[in-house]
Design a protein around this ligand. Sequence first.
Ligand SMILES: C[S@@+](CC[C@H](N)C(=O)[O-])C[C@H]1O[C@@H](n2cnc3c(N)ncnc32)[C@H](O)[C@@H]1O
Length: 223
Amino acid sequence: MMILKRGISTAIQSVRRLKSMLLTTYHRKFIQPKSWQKSPEYHSYLDLQLQRTILKKDSALPKRAIDMIDEVTQHINLTEHESMLCIGARNKAEIDYWRNLGAKNVIGIDLFSEDESVLVMDMHQMTFPDQQFDLIYSSHCLEHAYDIQQVVGEILRVSLPGAAVIIEVPIRYQTKGADLIDLGSCENLISLFGDHVNEVIFCGEEISTYGSFSVARTIFKLK
Ligand SMILES: C[S@@+](CC[C@H](N)C(=O)[O-])C[C@H]1O[C@@H](n2cnc3c(N)ncnc32)[C@H](O)[C@@H]1O
């Protein structure tokens, strides 16, 4: 009986892996990296991120993200913002949560999508025109960057002057697999944006109650 159960479990895992591989190959064609990104290393990077995303594509919005969003809305007045970008939304759940709180014109991006609320787009090379959003949000995504300064450059490019930026990343954790970057502190996170930061509204670090890692969370306004 035990052997049969183990066999079934191994077979299910193999089918899942195969499904994830096929979906990854299919969805990669929607991401068109710039020529500098077309290195084998960059392709491996995208595959790694995509595989993990596809395995988690139907996950509900985690309690960690719900608590963070609820806290953030105590510092940000959503009615003052006209257009919001969610980087690394994973699926529609994050977008819906913001919309239900009153955020206007919310759009997400991720490497994979099954809903029009989330556009398939690489955060290193967004296809939005300059100066599109006055609210940018990214929860647990920047640590997946291949080139974090390139991503910061894209955030700055698509932000309107005076836009508010909300970011949370894990810190002081063991990087592995798709988790590539440990920024170490909230100050380091903010310093990625250099002179473009006008006003820091919130900068905090805490041990996450949802896993064995700490998080850095910040809200700031751009110049
Ligand atoms: C840990 S999930 C975060 C999901 C959700 N925001 C949350 O807080 O739970 C990270 C997301 O970032 C996405 N991601 C990773 N690399 C990306 C890239 N280069 N461009 C866009 N999204 C990316 C992944 O596909 C994944 O859905």
